[in-house]
Design a protein around this ligand. Structure first.
Ligand code: NAP
Length: 293
């Protein structure tokens, strides 16, 4: 069994991005600029945003965080988004999810200028992705494809089973891997909470991608010998043995599954760092205007 080390791959990619940013700076006398809107006090969201800021610093991007109160109205949040849409110094921005319950994530996503939508959530980017047109790929699926590429994991003709059909992970990765492309050409089964015989379907997979949000959901008995296992889940669970009282685990029972898989991503240190890398790559494309002028 080989561990797919997302942390190491993201460090390699950051080092090469650092060079690209230096060249960009010489040519344009500015650096790429990523902004993030953070609404409320959710500790996980705060940690994700601070990770993104740290990664921007590491590669030489400028970053800005706009912190807004939990009780901000939807209209006021949209006004903040419109300011960022109009700000010529900002190449791309994200609105950290989840948002407070009174705010519509759909309305917020639609309000972001798709040319600055470096999370790749806007329907224009999503639709272009589905048709194989240049676009900002959603950051997590983008990160997964970079990992598969880096570890030379063949996807053509393979059976991929994706567990979970969210708009940000399960559905887009199933589209990406079934497209006619280098990291693609797979036969993909997209499963969800209404899927019948899920155990049996996962057992048929050459590559399993778990994005459910239930700790340890995918167990060793569901995995074919030699399968590749990509664990997207990030779940905080209690652990009395640790002074912090809790730890992060994935959607895969790592202990059991790693004994049967050929490749597996750990949590933390697998898909997570590559999601940030996807965002960085998209922001660089936005600054270079490679996708939209
Ligand atoms: N590593 C990263 O960078 C990263 C990025 C994003 C998310 N995540 C993590 O990934 C996990 C999933 O997040 P998400 O936003 O993609 O998911 P989500 O929006 O919460 O959706 C969960 C999906 O899992 C399905 N599901 C739930 N219970 C199931 C069951 N018993 N059997 C089969 N499918 C089931 C749901 O089915 P229905 O559609 O039928 O309800 C849904 O499609 C979370 O732990 C999240 O924290 C990690």
């Amino acid at each position: 069994m080989k561990i797919i080390d997302g942390k190491a791959v993201s460090e390699e990619l950051k080092n090469s991005m650092k060079q690209d940013v230096l060249e960009y700076k010489q040519k344009f006398e500015r650096v790429p600029h990523l902004a993030a809107i953070l609404v409320g006090d959710n500790p996980a969201s705060k940690a994700y945003v601070s990770n993104k800021v740290k990664s921007c610093d590491q590669v030489g991007f400028k970053s800005s965080v706009i912190t807004l109160p939990e009780d901000i109205s939807e209209d006021d949040l949209i006004s903040e988004i419109e300011k960022l849409n109009a700000d010529k110094d900002i190449d791309g921005f994200i609105v950290q999810l989840p948002l407070p319950k009174h705010i519509s994530e759909v309305r917020v996503t639609l309000a972001i200028d798709h040319k600055k939508d470096v999370d790749g959530f806007h329907p224009i980017n999503f639709g272009r992705m589905a048709q194989g047109l240049p676009c900002y790929l959603p950051a997590t699926p983008y990160g997964i494809t970079m990992l598969l590429d880096r570890y030379n994991i063949e996807t053509a003709g393979k059976h991929v089973v994706v567990v979970g059909r969210s708009n940000i992970v399960g559905t887009p990765i199933s589209i990406l891997l079934s497209r006619k492309s280098k990291i693609g050409d797979a036969t993909v089964t997209l499963t969800h909470s209404k899927t019948k015989n899920l155990h049996y379907i996962v057992q048929q997979a050459d590559i399993v991608i778990a994005a459910i949000g239930i700790p340890g959901f995918v167990t060793a008995d569901m995995i074919k010998d030699g399968a590749v296992v990509i664990d997207v889940g990030i779940n905080r669970v209690e652990d009395d043995q640790l002074t912090s009282g809790s730890k992060l685990v994935g959607d895969v029972d790592y202990e059991g599954v790693s004994k049967k898989s050929s490749f597996i991503t750990p949590v933390p240190g697998g898909v997570g760092p590559m999601t940030v890398m996807g965002l960085i790559m998209n922001t660089f494309k936005a600054a270079q205007k490679t996708i939209y002028s």
